[in-house]
Design a protein around this ligand. Structure first.
Ligand code: PLP
Length: 452
């Protein structure tokens, strides 16, 4: 830090303060973790300075032999770890990985046949008329994904997101009674809508998805099954999710982030079968900017870590801890969406405490518990205020907390939520939701949280 401090002390201070915050608070954000020192060091070095557009052995720049080594190793670890035919490790983030995957499927299913029909090798060879027809075709393709309030991600066809604008979109939700994915309803929607891409995967669904059934549905309607395993990649890597619940053997294309339960650097990745490999590898420079060689190095290190037997134990403990946390909360009267969890996350419906998600999130933060507010299915408070708090165990499991520790975390959350009262203040004519945490509670809970 002293080197940074000698140039811009305020940045050194912010880095130091962040380390302190992350140590003192309870990190329950389901999409966060603590990467290892090996991962962090692989990222903080001069590999960052190299341009390497293209792929291994086919670069648009000279002098890429070390980046080739790094990228090949990261891809090899990913293939071995997940049992994938092909791995593309360049995406800078999960959203970028999804864009690469969308483009690859469009290229395979729409662009390539159009080129073939026109007897052209690439789009530059098309006549203006054929080009206009291709663009119309590309623009009229359909995507079916999980709705945002059921736990899907913005990029799964949410209208304001680019995915909802690139594709004609429709979404499937969850059963109003059980809160679970209703495969018959997904099948009915797919039969009626006939999407090009069926997306499975989620950011806030606390149960498992049967990807074998999803693939059957996709096959029946001629769709490509894409699974976004950004959240649960660590559980797949750690062999907690296998068979029907492992997306890799079931989907044609799988995307992920590398920084959530997988515990790597901030970044993304695409795994696919042979039929999509060539299109996926064109991600850069067709969809992505130049790769981040230092981050690919850190991905390789994280993937190598995930191939160690200890990672399987870690992945199992994430789920054991998640169940213990959910049970501890429910025993104390909290209401959870779907009545529990089978994965690394749970969703507390904080309306049972008389709070919005925003109030609950702020009160918990005051007490050193970092979470994020999240819509619950059919949320009356919308996506900004919400009625839910999403919690996840990957980070605290990395810190070594066990199921007994999770029960204590459940107690702390319940203390904060049950001693917070909602309020409203007027600010410049508009009313603003506020909250009041009983005196002394924030300090007491924050102290216990820091001691855990
Ligand atoms: N996909 C899912 C399911 C996610 O939950 C997220 C992140 O929250 C993303 C994609 C996007 O990842 P990133 O923030 O790295 O772009």
């Amino acid at each position: 830090l002293d080197v940074v401090r000698s140039v811009e002390p305020r940045i050194a201070d912010a880095i130091g303060a962040e380390i302190e915050d992350q140590r003192a608070s309870l990190k329950l954000i389901a999409s966060e973790n603590y990467a290892s020192p090996a991962v962090l060091l692989a990222m903080g070095n001069w590999l960052s300075d190299k341009y390497a557009e293209g792929t291994v052995g086919r670069r648009f720049y000279a002098g890429c032999r070390n980046v080739d080594t790094v990228e090949s190793l990261a891809a090899e670890h990913a293939r071995e770890l997940f049992g994938a035919r092909h791995a593309y490790v360049q995406p800078h983030s999960g959203i970028d990985a999804n864009l690469v995957a969308f483009w690859a499927v469009l290229a395979q299913r729409v662009e390539s046949p159009a080129l073939e029909r026109a007897g052209a090798r690439q789009v530059n060879d098309l006549t203006e008329e054929d080009w206009a027809a291709l663009r119309r075709d590309l623009g009229s393709q359909r995507m079916l994904g999980m709705s945002l309030d059921a736990g899907g991600h913005l990029t799964h066809g949410f209208r304001p997101n680019i995915s909802g604008k690139m594709f004609e979109q429709r979404s499937y939700g969850t059963d109003p009674e059980t809160g679970l994915v209703d495969y018959d309803a997904v099948r009915a929607a797919a039969r009626e809508f006939r999407p090009l891409i069926l997306i499975a995967g989620y950011s806030a669904y606390p149960r498992l998805i049967n990807f074998r059934i999803m693939r059957e549905i996709a096959d029946e309607v001629g769709a490509t099954l894409m699974v976004d395993m950004a959240h649960f990649a660590g559980l797949v890597a750690g062999k907690v999710l296998t068979g029907d619940f492992d997306p890799v053997p079931n989907a044609q294309i799988v995307t992920t982030t590398t920084h959530k339960s997988l515990r790597g650097p901030r970044g993304g990745m695409v795994l696919c079968d042979d039929s999509l490999a060539e299109q996926v590898d064109r991600g850069c420079p067709m969809v992505l900017g130049g790769p981040l060689p230092h981050v690919m190095a850190a991905k390789a290190v994280a993937l190598a870590e995930a191939r160690q037997p200890a990672f399987r134990d870690y992945a199992q403990r994430i789920v054991d801890n998640s169940r213990a946390l959910a049970e501890g909360l429910m025993r104390r009267g909290a209401r959870l969406v779907t009545g529990g969890t089978d994965n690394h996350l749970a969703l507390i419906d904080v309306s049972s405490y008389g709070l919005t998600g925003r109030q609950a999130e702020a009160a918990l933060l005051d007490a050193g518990i970092v979470t994020n507010r999240n819509a619950v299915p059919r949320d009356p408070n919308g996506a900004w205020y919400t009625s839910g708090i999403r919690i996840g165990t990957p980070a605290l499991t990395t810190r070594g907390l066990d199921t007994a520790g999770m029960d204590e975390v459940a107690e702390l959350i319940d203390i904060v939520l049950s001693r917070t009262t909602p309020g409203t203040t007027k600010s410049g004519g508009a009313s603003k939701a506020t909250y009041r945490l009983e005196d002394g509670v924030a300090e007491q809970v924050a102290k216990r949280a820091a001691d855990l």
